[in-house]
Design a protein around this ligand. Sequence first.
Ligand SMILES: Nc1ncnc2c1ncn2[C@@H]1O[C@H](COP(=O)(O)OP(=O)(O)OP(=O)(O)O)[C@@H](O)[C@H]1O
Ligand SMILES: [Mg+2]
Length: 226
Amino acid sequence: MFELKDVALLYETKKQALAALKSTTLSIAEGEEVGIYGPSGSGKSSLLFIMSTLKEPSRGEIKYGGVELSALTASAKAELRRKKFGFVFQEHFLVNHLTVKENILLPLKNRREAKKRLEEVLAFLGLTELQKRFPFELSVGQSQRVAVARAMINNPKVIFADEPTASLDEENGQKVVKLLRSYCKKHGATLIMVCHSPKFLEGFKRRLKVESGQVSEVTQGQIPPD
Ligand SMILES: Nc1ncnc2c1ncn2[C@@H]1O[C@H](COP(=O)(O)OP(=O)(O)OP(=O)(O)O)[C@@H](O)[C@H]1O
Ligand SMILES: [Mg+2]
């Protein structure tokens, strides 16, 4: 589904060029569950940004479903994101003056069709009772579940989750990870999830470690304790 060939991301300032991501070649199959971890500043978000078309790589080629992403226009990229991708970010970015329900429906163009889907998603995430509340009336864990619901509302083929557990305690973090995994399993969707700590990646068949912009595959049993 994803094919990355010799992809790199450089940030160039007047003084120097920083390789946020060094030459990376990898592929990810449809329905695969990929956990990414590594120290702060190592390039994890950069990897997610270039795969999800939010950033253009400085070098190399990225294909999604056989289509070369850099060949797409900005609006084709936006359409791809809207139709096929779901995003959960480290900070949940809920809109404070919109209710839970309205926040979840934000990525959709045609809201009328969404009624049934909304009910499903609310129930799946245990948010049915909270749908009329505003974000400032929610706990941090509940807010993050709303962010996850928003990522699922368009029935995405791929969910990109960038440290969705960051602001949560271990129990709520594990809950969010479990919900993301079970959504993807149920729908055959691909999960690409970044976590600062490998403890949230237990049970992931595929794990990638990022260190100083270098991505490497981790084999089972190789993850050190936190
Ligand atoms: N807009 C930018 N301009 C210049 N350098 C940047 C920019 N964005 C990120 N970087 C640098 O690129 C490197 C990789 O950043 P990235 O955000 O991918 O790291 P990360 O692994 O996601 O870190 P964290 O765990 O803290 O989120 C870092 O050294 C960072 O300082
Ligand atoms: Mg990051």
